[in-house]
Design a binder for this molecule. Structure first.
Ligand code: 9PG
Length: 498
């Protein structure tokens, strides 16, 4: 374990952290605040690393791969590592009475660890992130514009709904590159070739139909998860990650209950993952959204006990990459972040957007800000702005429709502002038929590709996140700040003081 003492009063510092996987919070908070941690174990498994969960304590902040302490003048300290392929770097800042203790624990092989004082935390963090990306061979392709079925159709998606939206997209001349089928086409996780009864066809029928309309075909998979009802679970119990008691581990809670994960150190499981990649590529899918990847990192008993959790994850991811091919586009989701660099093209860098601003009950009372909401998505994706050096960031979908949505115009504009500032992948799930002129105009703006922006300051955020960028300012609080409405975004006009 690496350890440092910062001789500075904790009351004057903010801490910038990044949680374990796509959905785990990233935040910018007063160091003396409480780092929230869900009370329920399955929420920790599904949203965080149970091997290094958030502290749940006042003045104790845990972060993965990087951590920064920021003074009011923008100077401070930055912690970073030189490699993440086989190692988790677990950072902790602990406020004392008049100083701060910082530790970095490596789970996996030794890697270079740096803790440095900086006159400009924004610039130093960006520089270290860029170095890590370069060291790991980051893939940073040009941003794609993706229509995804999830945020309107959820698990009720049908083949016809996909094709109807693709046709309407052409009629309206909207600039989508990819049409991506999400969760719901399959029977059970693991049995990817068995269509669900409501889908009205088979996923392999879609790519040719989309190609006729000029679109790349995208498919969602959770390639490391296994539902207990699946044939895969019955046929290959030896491929599953196990607990100390020898029984397959069940964790999380989605699809009606807990689920299992493949042991990605088992050669049989790896061969199956590779073959799954090859199969869906053979169906014509060249864009793959692979989700719930954190499943392969769960603490447990593995076939090869010499392989650590980070390396086990990477072996599973490499197998999938080998199966789909070098030229396929992989978007990772629910995935450990830095451990994916170099193998994925894009990464979800926050929780799901939802057609509502906030779900206070889950966030505040259950201590879980990893759930779907516009507020949670902005909060975390904005606080990970520097990760564009690791992959193409995906801050999740714009919501431009007014039907089937509780978002107001201010909140829709805040999501659009986030897409512009993050400068990564563009996505939408809106049924095209639900969009009137106003909705179409907002969608067209949201599909306009941009370069990543930088924060103007970390000193006085409007909320517990990075909110002040050079192109504009977000207000993630529930009240107006300096004339900017609650939940709003104000682009800079160039006339005001920075
Ligand atoms: C499909 C969805 C979509 C979405 C993904 C992921 O914490 N949770 O309970 C939780 C459930 C689902 C979820 C994220 C978090 O969504 O991010 O885009 O693909 O799976 O099931």
């Amino acid at each position: 374990m690496h350890k440092w003492t910062v001789n500075e009063a904790p009351q004057g510092l903010r801490v910038l952290i990044s949680g374990f996987q796509s959905w785990s919070e990233a935040e910018l908070r007063p160091l003396t605040d409480v780092q929230p941690c869900p009370g329920q174990g399955w929420r920790v498994e599904q949203g965080h690393d149970p091997g290094f969960p958030p502290s749940g304590e006042a003045g104790v902040w845990r972060s993965h791969t990087v951590l920064a302490l920021v003074r009011a003048d923008g100077s401070g300290w930055v912690g970073s590592v030189g490699d993440a392929t086989r190692t988790f770097a677990q950072w902790e800042a602990r406020a004392g009475a008049a100083d701060v203790t910082v530790t970095c624990t490596l789970e996996g092989p030794e890697v270079p660890v740096t803790w440095e004082e900086s006159g400009n935390v924004i610039a130093t963090l960006e520089a270290r992130a860029t170095e890590l990306g370069a060291a790991m061979g980051a893939r940073t392709p040009a941003p794609l514009r993706v229509w995804c079925s999830w945020y309107s159709y959820y698990r009720e998606v049908t083949l016809d709904a996909m094709l109807d939206n693709a046709r309407l997209t052409r009629e309206h001349g909207l600039d989508f590159d990819v049409f991506q089928l999400d969760d719901g086409f399959q029977t059970f996780l693991g049995d990817w070739e068995d269509p669900s009864s409501h889908f009205g066809g088979h996923a392999r029928e879609l790519p040719a139909r989309l190609a006729e309309l000029g679109f790349t075909a995208g498919l969602w998979l959770a390639p490391f998860l296994v539902q207990p009802q699946s044939r895969l679970f019955r046929d290959h119990p030896e491929w599953l990650l196990r607990g100390e008691d020898g029984a397959p581990l069940a964790f999380g809670n989605n699809w009606g209950g807990p689920y299992h994960a493949l042991d990605t150190t088992h050669p049989g499981a790896l061969a199956w993952i590779r073959e799954l990649g090859r199969t869906v590529r053979g169906w014509g899918y060249t864009y793959l959204k692979i989700d719930f990847l954190y499943g392969a990192t769960q603490p447990g008993v593995r076939h090869d006990p010499a392989v650590g959790r980070a390396e086990a994850y990477r072996m599973g991811l490499q197998a999938f990459r080998d199966g789909v091919g070098e030229d396929a586009f992989i978007l990772a989701c629910g995935a450990p972040l830095a451990q994916s660099i170099g193998l994925v093209d894009a990464m979800r860098t926050g929780p799901d957007v939802a057609p509502l601003w906030d779900e206070e009950s889950r966030r505040v009372w259950l201590g879980d800000a990893t759930g779907p909401s516009a507020r949670n998505a902005l909060h975390t994706a904005l606080s990970r702005w520097y990760q564009h050096a690791w992959y193409q960031p995906d801050p999740d979908v714009a919501i431009c429709r007014r039907e089937l949505s509780l978002l107001n115009a201010t909140e829709r504009e805040a999501i659009a502002g986030m897409l512009d500032v993050i400068g990564g992948l563009r996505a939408s799930s809106d049924p095209i038929s639900m969009l009137d002129e106003e909705g179409l105009a907002l969608l067209r703006r949201c599909l306009t590709v941009s370069t990543p922006d930088r924060p103007a300051t970390l000193a006085a955020p409007y909320g517990d996140a990075v909110t002040h960028f050079t192109r504009g300012t977000f207000n993630l609080t529930d009240r107006a700040q300096d004339g900017l409405p609650a939940h709003g975004y104000r682009p800079r006009t160039g006339k005001e003081q920075p």
